[in-house]
Design a protein. Structure first.
Length: 96
């Protein structure tokens, strides 16, 4: 069975220093990259905008009354109605 290679303390310190410098350089490179542009807002139908406004009004009313636990909103479509699920998620995802 071959004997394991013995490394001096200086070699370990040098290897550790090289890894630290590489980590600092990688961190600096990642910090230099600009953040991606925010997603553009999708157009919302008038029906969904009205529904979102109604939910916002309910939230404001609950906040005034001291019941700021939130409002449960359902996006199930009625027959012939527009589906507002994506619009609700886009609007409220940053708030919650």
């Amino acid at each position: 069975m071959p004997k394991p290679l013995r490394m001096s303390r200086r070699t370990w310190v040098a290897a550790w220093a090289v890894l630290c410098v590489a980590g600092v350089a990688a961190t600096a490179a990642l910090d230099a990259v600009p953040a991606p542009d925010p997603r553009p807002e999708k157009p919302v139908s008038a029906e969904c905008a009205e529904y979102i406004a109604d939910i916002e009004a309910q939230l404001a009313k609950a906040k005034v009354e001291g019941n700021d636990d939130g409002v449960l909103a359902f996006s199930r479509t009625r027959v012939g109605a527009h589906d507002c699920h994506d619009a609700l998620l886009d609007h409220f995802s940053g708030d919650r």
